[in-house]
Design a protein around this ligand. Sequence first.
Ligand code: BES
Ligand code: ZN
Ligand code: ZN
Length: 503
Amino acid sequence: MSVKIKSMESLLKYPSHGIKFSTGKKKFDNTVKFVAAKNFGEKKKEKPVILKEYPYFEASPGEIIKTEKIWYVGAGATEELTLDTLGLSLSGVLKDAAKSFSAVNIEFDAEIENKISSDKISRLAITAVGVAVYPVDFLKSKPESGKIILTSVHFMVSSESIQAWEDILKVYSRLLNHINAMRQVQSLPANYITPDTMEKRARNMAAKFGLKISVYNKAQLEKMSANGIVSVGKGSVIPPRMIILEYKPAVKSSAKSIKTLALVGKGITFDSGGISIKPSADMHEMKYDMSGAAASIHAIAAIAELKLNVRVISAIGLAENMPDGAAVKPGDVYTAYNGKTIEVQNTDAEGRLILGDVLSYVDENYKPDFMIDLATLTGACAVALGSYYAGMFTDHADLKNLLQETSEKSLEPLWHLPMGPLYLAQMKSDIADYNNIGERWGGASSAASFLSVFVDKKTKWAHLDIAGIADIKKGFNVYPAVATGFGVRLLTELAMELANRKS
Ligand code: BES
Ligand code: ZN
Ligand code: ZN
């Protein structure tokens, strides 16, 4: 029997959603209509008027009644209506709709539009469509997700909000491919996605989106004393590397005021823990340990495609953290790119080692106005926040505010957590400048504080710990189960904000 194995090339083909979006009055035969259940004071929930025929329909989130031409979808009780309940309804029904209709209208009843602004509904709905048409079961010989036939989506919105919808559509219809592209590389397992194939991906993206690319191999990293990256990669047969992608906007007369945004990402394509090996339960999830790097390279691609007026640097450290005779051992000491000596007491705290080098390299050589790193850095952050927020660490009040505003706009959730000298004091080594682990409690904060050693105090830097939200067991909001693509919307909206700033 001849068996066809999918080639790496076909698996890494950049996704293209192919959906034609439009807005206005009813256009197609079939409609998906979102309904909120009204609740008048003490009285029992009143059934939505339109559904007198279906008295059992409570319009709770995700509940669906399918009639011949209209699917009624519950968005929850009006007073409990949140972006999360609406997001969950949207993603639930769209998965089904994507297999049932080639063209569909989407409508929200007035209750929903009154409670949640069209600018938020539109971002959520468009994202949900994008995610629904890109299931990640591409390694199944017969995908269970079924055949996606959806090619046209028409949003039935009031004439006052059409312009707002159209503006968001222009940006988000492009963003979708990059969110899905990130989900694609997150989902592929570690025997497919390695430092090698991530490099191939980055090279293809550089060509496709007109980015400059620089790849630093192991010998070059050794020469420049980026020994954090080198140490983490020592136990793997596939050498580690650092990749830098650059986007420069076409020069305008106001070139001087153009801001530089650096996006640094942790790209551990598999984290076994190394010699400090992890327990085997759930170790397979460590294929997602490259999610920060994936967010960084896919966000820069989105920014380049949108031709935003901001200079962007995407810098990723790639390595496979494996145990081996050549691997870094607990207690080994190396000298980092910034000259500090680091004692590696735990080889499983590897993300901070590669990020330290990438952060200090980018800070010194690109002098960014803003630097954001994304990393699935600590289990402790996931313990603190669950899978519903990324932890945000920054000492710069204006960057904190900027990120919080961007989080609200992009609908990607962040939660501010502390770092600082109290945590860093735990990481003193007897024989070197720093130890790579702190005390048991507050592990997300000590990891963030360790990173601060590699960034100039004046640099406006924030660290996002995405350990909880990069991959999730159960979908929430418009995030699907497993790979979420977290960060592409947030970072692109951040770049949009910086591009629009006058000073
Ligand atoms: N990649 C892990 C963090 C992680 C854990 C991400 C669970 C997602 C889910 C990281 O490299 C790690 O192993 N961190 C250790 C640090 C500890 C040894 C100080 C951790 O969190 O246990
Ligand atoms: Zn680890
Ligand atoms: Zn890790």
